[in-house]
Design a protein around this ligand. Structure first.
Ligand code: CO
Length: 151
């Protein structure tokens, strides 16, 4: 495993639409393992492949004891909404409130290509939405309602 460099705001790669993953191979495993190591060190909640310079539909989410690897993820159901603060490892120093669904159901593939669904609410739902947005070149700052000054 190896740490990957996190791409920061202003890099055009963060604005590109990612390609679907069609090959579930060792290269994908290495990417996922590297992303996990990078996320843990950065103490983040989620990380999407474009944030490490890879334009593939791959994201990971880590909230409390739950850890998800999402390949080709799609939000298939949402319920409710919640306005809450958010941040992003690619946008250091920026924090603001964003309106997200309170509950989401995601359909994705695992690293072996097997399809599964995951449900989340609150922070977990927010993290799913935030990371899936990254795969379409959407950054949370596009959706900020109120900016927070960092202490
Ligand atoms: Co982000």
């Amino acid at each position: 495993m190896a740490l990957r460099n996190i791409v920061k705001d202003g890099d055009p790669i963060l604005r590109k639409k990612c390609r679907e993953v069609t090959e579930f191979n060792e290269r994908l495993n290495v990417l996922l393992d590297d992303m996990k190591e990078t996320l843990v060190l950065a103490n983040g909640v989620g990380l999407a492949a474009p944030q490490v310079g890879v334009l593939k539909r791959v994201a990971i989410v880590s909230v409390d004891d739950a850890f998800y690897e999402l390949i080709n993820p799609e939000i298939i159901e949402t319920a409710g909404e919640e306005i809450s603060p958010e941040g992003c490892l690619s946008l250091p120093g920026i924090c603001g409130t964003v309106n997200r669904p309170y509950k989401v159901t995601v359909r994705a593939q695992d690293r072996f290509g097997k399809t599964f669904t995951a449900r989340g609410e609150g922070l977990l739902a927010r993290a799913f939405c935030h990371e899936i947005d990254h795969l379409d070149g959407i950054l949370f700052e596009d959706k900020i309602i109120d900016y927070y000054e960092e202490a």
